[in-house]
Design a protein around this ligand. Structure first.
Ligand code: PGA
Length: 253
């Protein structure tokens, strides 16, 4: 059975104290209502919060993710944080290629390919983000764009390495805008991604890969999105910062 994931992306929000409160509240909910074994919560949190929050959550149900890592292994790159450092403080996932990183930090498919390799080398699971911009959807280029992102950053991996990837389809026009993709639009893209994986690797591998939807996902629209056959949960920004709302989303997994 595929793993279903409710992943929070806190972005550059929360002090450490606020973050610990939020993580503790989610852990408390899970203590009272343990998740089935194929379900997991992943908290994508700022670097500064990783080590302390890892101490607060039970890895059985909750994993911690970084939101980025350096594209170099180590060395004279002032201000950068390596995959190895992230692993050493107890994270198990890294969000790679979020559209905000692509847009504001000019990360290319080639950079992301390197980052994916560095993550896998540290046994960190990339949550690899793909998605088209508004003008690309308006020109009906969404499939082409997503295929290129997968081809150039992931499809060089062998099947064993690829099996550790989680994919997040996040249409850029839906991120932080309150305008989510319809369940049909999301399902169509998730199915397309799964077909590409089946073609490149195998139908079995395609069937086992977790594909999350992200972009204005909230407690109101998650039920319909998560009920689509190829949607295995969500990567949730704004709504993951509100304890009760994120808990509602976890319940819908
Ligand atoms: P949002 O962000 O849920 O606030 O739209 C999603 C994301 O950026 O991962």
């Amino acid at each position: 059975m595929r793993t279903r994931i409710a992943a929070g992306n806190w972005k550059m929000n929360t002090t450490l104290q606020d973050g610990i409160e939020l993580a503790k509240a989610i852990q408390q909910f899970i203590n009272n209502f343990p998740l089935e074994s194929h379900k997991r919560v992943v908290l994508g949190i700022p670097f500064t919060h990783i080590y302390p929050i890892v101490q607060e959550v039970d890895y059985k149900h909750i994993s911690v993710a970084a939101q980025n890592c350096a594209k170099w292994e180590k060395g004279a790159y002032t201000g950068e944080v390596s995959a190895e450092m992230i692993r050493s403080v107890g994270a198990h996932y890294i969000i790679i290629g979020h559209s905000e990183r692509r847009q504001y930090f000019h990360e290319t498919n080639e950079d992301l390919k390197t980052k994916v390799e560095l993550c896998l080398k540290q046994s960190l699971r990339p949550i690899f983000c793909v998605g088209e911009k508004l003008d690309e959807r308006e020109q009906n280029k969404q499939f082409e764009v997503v295929e290129k992102q997968l081809q150039e950053s992931l499809f060089h991996l062998d099947a064993e390495h690829f099996s550790h990837i989680v994919i997040a389809y996040e249409p850029v026009w839906a991120i932080g805008t309150g305008k989510n993709a319809t369940p049909q639009q999301a399902q169509e893209m998730h199915m397309f991604i799964r077909q590409l994986i089946a073609k490149r690797y195998s139908p079995t591998l395609a069937n086992n890969i977790t594909i999350l939807y992200g972009g204005s996902c909230n407690a109101q629209n998650a039920a319909l999105l998560f009920s689509q056959p190829d949607i295995d949960g969500g990567l949730i920004g704004g709504a993951s910062l509100k304890t009760n709302e994120f808990i509602e989303i976890i319940k819908l997994l």
